[in-house]
Ligand binder design. Sequence first.
Ligand code: NDP
Length: 461
Amino acid sequence: MAAAYDYDLFVLGAGSGGVRAARLAAQSGARVAIAEADRVGGTCVIRGCIPKKFMVYASAFAAEFASARGYGWTLGETRFDWDAFREARDREVARLSGLYVANLNNAGVDILQARAELLGPHEVALPSKGLTLTADKILIATGGAPWRPDLPGIEHALVSDEIFDLPRLPRRLTVVGGGYIAVEFAGVFNGLGVETTLVHRGANILRGFDEDLRAHLAEEMERRGVKIVLGQEPVSLEKQGETIRTRLSGGRVEEAEVVLFATGRRPATANLGLERAGVRLAPSGAVEVDAASRTTVDSIFAIGDVTDRLNLTPVAIREAHAFVDTAYHGKPTAFDHANVPCAVFSQPPVGTVGLTEAEARHRGGAVDIYRSAFRPMKGTLYGGAERALLKLVVDRESQKVLGAHMVGPDAPEIIQMAAIAVKMGATKAQWDEACAVHPTTAEEFVTLRTPAPDPAADALS
Ligand code: NDP
């Protein structure tokens, strides 16, 4: 049957999810094509996780230099060269993009450097190439794109896609938003010596994260020099010479040379011919899919940020694996979106997995909270005031650890391991059976013995 089509699988979008699905399907014997209008690699490789993490590394040296003196080092003049850094970063990004291309080629995938759109359940057009192709199955993996509100003067602001290519570092930066991207870039630019103000409309940054974690991170970011303005949102921007003046709802005006809007991302579904092909979209613009990533059209599937389920690279990759297992290995598989760990590469960084305290309490049933906030050992020799936070959320009846949350050095690395135990449904006693590694910050996760006082029980007494 499949030979009736030009391809067995046609993938739209060569980001993390699309590339993985195309490669695995081709390795299973399917005839696969992938269309990409931009560079192969998608948001993660080209303008997201990878270049961002290099920027986090670059910006963290300043704090290291400052602390080195406490350890007996004498440092000469230190100076950051933005151009040299950008060149090194972009070289590595280009290498990674090249690797993706090589892997696709090796698997026998046809890479079509063009934008594609759907014509029907089995048909795609590549207008710039004047091509129409058919496929047994179509996979939409076009990701998302930064979104910013339509305000007077918004054209003066940048979004995250553009922040990587600043010609020079500004003296001052205003970041709008309190999510992952805002918090991460505020830390990056503050570390690079840019006077940084984060403006967020909510009561605290990182809505949806554990409340203790949010409060702790905000305090630590401020300690490191980021100015955080809460409860206000921009109403207009105006440019005077090199200065952009961002007027806030409370009347305050923030001045900076660069303004970054990190106000969320939207699924990239516009002008893809989805409605024409019969694919239903949610009001958010996301492609509606079932647990097997199938859209409302039997032959069309969608994975990754375009479905707006959990917008993380490893999730898109796992959805790709599940799709290929289902479609090409006769093994119906649905990726389980529960207990997916995640990190925010703020400074200090965040790692989290499972339920927040509020989510656990909302489910009903009593919970035990174990919490420890302390000064990590490294700070003691240089008088560092930074504090780490580790927290466990435990179901009182079953004693299962429902959530683990951390702010502090290496939190993303540590939470990756904690996620195994949370995913397995390990109990607090089983966590405690693991012997501590000493002296580490992470050992607190297996040495926390006394639950915090329970506010609900206190209220009853
Ligand atoms: P988020 O959805 O995380 O945050 C958006 C922020 O913008 C929120 O604080 C939101 O406020 C605020 N906001 C939304 N609309 C407005 C508005 N009109 N005016 C003022 N503020 C507004 O989006 P990001 O852009 O930070 O990141 C997008 C996604 O990318 C993340 O959800 C995540 O999935 C992914 N990502 C993951 C990373 C990682 O894994 N480390 C790193 C970067 C991105 P409110 O909270 O009040 O809604």
